[in-house]
Design a protein around this ligand. Structure first.
Ligand SMILES: N[C@@H](CCC(=O)N[C@@H](CS)C(=O)NCC(=O)O)C(=O)O
Length: 222
């Protein structure tokens, strides 16, 4: 592996779902990144210094030395896939790739962004949401996304041990990332047996197990 491939920096915070995806993908591909902690609870994502890196104030951002920052976890996963094609996070066939990207987007684009700190901040300040209303919001949007994914996984022949066949891929990374953040926030969605089975299988793999939020630097120890 060339030196340039390993010289990554990852702006990260212990519990973020989108950062989890990148941590897993790096590990699956045998790559490493030095993490730079951005404390979301302290609002560091909105500091002038970080806004220069990522004007949308989100984590993660991946930096490869000498290149512009790469934001958006799915763009980072696609970048890593092209940089280091094996093991593949996307299937070899066109329609398989479309299916995996579609499942990944259902989770990373249509489900997770609704429960991010900036949404919470807005709802609790501009819309008078209290803790109970925020919890109901999280439950609603996680459930909406996961029920739809469960329905697809149950009805589509390409589902295997993992979301697509018997190798972990981009959809599994996104699925496990959503389930990981739900665990952090103690949100449970009932009646998603296939998802639970697939995520349990993911967690048996070191790349997923080592990316668990509570194992990351800065995570609470109790
Ligand atoms: N679509 C973006 C989402 C980025 C994002 O919202 N990340 C969350 C953490 S999981 C964040 O940093 N939020 C900061 C905030 O909402 O203030 C991606 O996939 O990278």
């Amino acid at each position: 592996m060339s030196a340039s491939i390993t010289s990554f920096e990852l702006y990260a915070f212990w519990r973020t779902s989108a950062t989890y995806r990148v941590r897993v993908a790096l590990r699956l591909k045998g790559l490493q990144a030095r993490e730079i902690n951005i404390d979301l609870d302290a609002g560091e994502q909105r500091s002038p210094a970080y806004l220069k890196v990522n004007p949308l104030a989100g984590l993660p951002t991946l930096i490869q030395a000498g290149h512009p920052p790469i934001t958006q976890s799915l763009a980072i996963l696609e970048f890593l896939e092209e940089l280091q094609p094996a093991p593949a996070l996307l299937p070899a066939d066109l329609h398989g790739r479309a299916r995996v990207r579609s499942l990944a987007n259902m989770l990373a684009a249509d489900t997770h962004p609704l429960i991010t700190p900036r949404v919470r901040k807005y709802l609790t300040s501009a819309a008078d949401f209290d803790d109970a209303a925020w919890r109901a919001w999280q439950q609603h949007w996680f459930g909406t996304g996961l029920f739809a994914v469960e329905k697809r996984l149950a009805s589509e022949a390409a589902t295997g041990t993992f979301c697509h066949g018997d190798q972990p891929g981009m959809a599994d990374v996104c699925l496990a990332s959503v389930m990981a953040v739900m665990q952090v926030f103690k949100i449970a969605v009932p009646d998603i047996p296939l998802i639970e089975r697939i995520v349990q299988r993911c967690q048996q793999l070191p790349a997923f197990a080592e990316a668990a939020p509570l194992l990351q630097r800065g995570a609470p120890t109790t």
